[in-house]
Ligand binder design. Sequence first.
Ligand SMILES: [Zn+2]
Length: 332
Amino acid sequence: MTASMTHVIGVDLGGTKTAAGVVAPSGEVLMSETIPTLNRAGGEAILDATAALIAGLVERAADAGISVSGVGIGSAGVIDAVSGSVVSATDAIHGWAGTALVAGLSARLSLPASAVRAVNDVHAHALGEAWLGAAAGSSSSLMVAFGTGVGGSFVLDGAPVLGHRFVGGHVGHFASPFAVFSGLPLACVCGGSGHVEAIASGPAIHEAFLRFGGYSVDAPDTRGVFTLAASVSDAHDGGADADSAGSRAAAVRAISVGAAAAGQAVGGLINILDPETVVVSGGLADAGELWWKPMEAALRKELLAPLISVPVVRATLGNTAAIVGAAKLVLK
Ligand SMILES: [Zn+2]
């Protein structure tokens, strides 16, 4: 029997779930599976579960006559892409910091360590979009994701720019003039204050809604803020009471401020990096024109004149972006 072309496994290891797929050299995801990330169980338990997930896919691939030659992982946290270990991570995954990700998986899977590679999940996501998604064909691309947090990656000539200490891409953590309230900078999840993430992330939009006088009963979470704001443009009956009208106004304001902060931040990064293509992704980018329009308007307003025609596009690969990006790390 002729050996099939080399396939690899791509893994997207996030705070709540871990998805993996068998990826063809073309980037096609042939089979995939998702498990919950054991985010309270510690690094070794997560490695056990992830190795079992991968081994199951390798077996399914073998049944289909496909051999797997390597494993690429995009993982939450700051990942040392040389040693393959987790430099630091938030408590979203308890005990993840310090885990020997590549060594632990290669030992469990009996693969040579050189056949396993890992980067941060946002870098994997951006690499996927740069390879096969919204930035395919561009020699450089900046991807920024706005969701539970704010992160990004600059992909240059097919490789994400990781930085000397692998911290590169933390685009949620620089100053935004929007991240203030009553003259004081807003606290950021990183421990700093006044950062982009403190005003432009999904949770930050809900917090802004409450600061602007919205009632949590009208919008208990970020999704609720968007539903409430969308109802403004639909409502023509004028029958709402004063309190819920106040909540609606707060919802519209929170989204427009968060979107403007996001757009200004991305615009500034474009001025610095001059990427061929800009990809905006994450839950907020998928929330529709209510967020996208003010985001893009603020972004365009920020650009230096020679950059005004830079393409700014939505991510296109969805949940498979990080899987194919991670696979690309080990595909020859
Ligand atoms: Zn911060």
